[in-house]
Write a protein that binds this ligand. Structure first.
Ligand code: FCB
Length: 465
């Protein structure tokens, strides 16, 4: 069974096809990054420690012992980076705010130098005609809040809403589009369940508590932003089409990956099957009356991060996948399709399927791709990075997005992950997702072939044969 709408043969053919395609007028093309992955300057201008500082310094947690201490040094080089984007013709730039720069302890006193930095960045973007899209939380929780329970503690949701209001107070007059959280699935299930991301906890019950408090934080922040006058507010989820021969297994993993976030945000309820299956890990007593009304308040835009689809099958004796608590007996299978350097299957049609599913099951919410891209083993040779596989990857996914639009999906824009190579979380600097190559020793930036190709896509508002 597949959860797709049953794509027409025409759509499926077009997804893998060639030819000229033009996107709707006003379609927004951009790039994306996140604070801890690019900024560096970890101890400057009053920034406090985050859970990723702690985690990356814990031996064995990040490949090569890498940290975000320096990263792309974007904190000092943001002017050049914005100029580079302008040169590539980028129309929108999604970046995240480091909460520990704004409130070093996660609550209370505000550090004006942190706000100053983002104000300078936003002004620089506007000066180059680039639309800023702000993510308020891309995983760098202030360590002091984790010390008080992190996302397993309801208070963190309240602190997040206060922080959101502080940031909006400074940038609200010049930033039109806001997303609260990036990929709460990763924060909860990778961070608190599987322990492969910060804060590195390995308790499924904690993961469910984190899910709820992240969502509550989203809802409370939306209310704060609205009260302050925000017009475009949303959330970014990492979603994947799930397929496989066993409907029960497909529903199980779809629940844990997609519906556990989509349903509360867009329908104001947790999916009943997910709640039931999770009862062996949690009694859900952290859900209080009224929470789901807060979480389910209308949003203006759903940010979709898509990288790869998931295929599952029943397999007797299969141990649970730690990132999906309770998934005993379900195997995650991969075919012989192309894989990126992350080992992720390349399947552009999964994006069409996903966008159409959102359109069908959660109608009425405009969509934007807030991340899509790929890591490959790029090589800088003679001043050039010939990353033809990334070009092919993006071309296929742009076509897949176009097919979804043709079939009725309300997709407003596409932000490529990432502007430049950066700190890829537990993979350190080994995985390169950028359109622009970063030579970390010199901090020199070199636009890859894909960046030059993307410039043409933006200029034409479409892809060519
Ligand atoms: C997403 C993250 C982003 C980046 C990409 C590759 O899960 O949101 O920061 O690491 O994956």
């Amino acid at each position: 069974m597949t959860l797709s709408m049953g794509m027409s043969a025409g759509v499926a053919a077009e997804t893998g096809g060639t030819g000229d395609l033009t996107f709707p007028q006003g379609f927004l093309w951009g790039t994306a990054t996140a604070s801890y992955q690019i900024e560096g300057a970890a101890n400057e201008d009053g920034r406090g420690p985050s859970i990723w500082d702690t985690f990356s310094r814990t031996p064995g947690k990040v490949v090569g012992g890498h940290t975000g201490d320096v990263a792309c040094d974007h904190y000092h080089r943001y002017r050049d980076d914005v100029a580079m984007m302008a040169d590539l013709g980028v129309q929108a730039y999604r970046f995240s705010i480091a909460w520990p720069r704004i409130q070093p302890d996660g609550s209370g006193p505000v550090n004006p130098r942190g706000l100053d930095f983002y104000e300078r960045l936003v002004d620089e973007l506007h000066g180059c005609g680039i639309t800023p899209i702000v993510t308020l939380y891309h995983w760098d929780l202030p360590q002091s809040l984790e010390d008080r329970g992190g996302w397993t503690n309801r208070e963190t949701a309240e602190r997040f809403a206060e922080y959101a209001a502080v940031v909006y107070g400074r940038l609200g007059d010049r930033v039109g589009t806001w997303t609260t959280l990036n990929e709460p699935w990763c924060s909860s299930f990778l961070g608190y369940g599987a322990g492969v991301h910060a804060p590195g906890r390995t308790n499924p019950g904690d993961a469910y508590a984190a899910v709820h408090h992240l969502l509550l934080g989203h809802g409370l922040a939306v209310a704060e932003l609205r009260a302050a006058g925000a017009r475009q507010v949303g959330i970014t989820l990492n979603l994947a089409p799930i397929s496989g021969s066993d409907p029960e297994a497909v529903a199980h993993i779809d629940g844990l990956q997609n519906r556990i976030f989509l349903d509360p945000v867009l329908r104001g309820e947790y999916p009943a099957d997910v709640v039931e299956r999770a009862r062996r890990f949690t009694d859900w007593s952290f859900v209080r009356d009224g929470d789901l009304d807060i979480i389910g308040a209308p949003i203006d835009l759903l940010g979709v991060n898509y990288y790869s689809p998931t295929t599952v099958e029943l397999r007797a004796g299969q141990q649970a996948n730690p990132v999906h608590p309770g998934s005993e007996g379900i195997a995650f299978v991969q075919g012989d399709e192309e894989k990126t350097a992350m080992g992720w299957s390349v399947k552009p049609s999964g994006l069409t399927e996903l966008l159409l599913r959102l359109n069908r099951d959660y109608p009425g919410t405009p969509l934007i791709i807030t991340e899509n891209g790929a890591a490959f083993d790029d090589v800088l040779a003679d001043g050039r990075v010939a990353d033809e596989r990334r070009v092919a990857f993006l071309d296929g996914h742009f076509r897949a997005a176009h097919a979804a639009i043709e079939a009725g999906a309300d997709l407003r824009g596409y932000l490529v992950w990432s502007l430049m190579d950066n700190f890829e979380w537990a993979e350190g600097y080994a995985k390169r997702f950028g359109l622009v190559y970063v030579d970390y020793a010199s901090q020199r930036r070199v636009p890859k072939d894909s960046a030059l190709w993307y410039r043409e896509v933006i200029r034409r508002n479409g892809v060519q044969a």
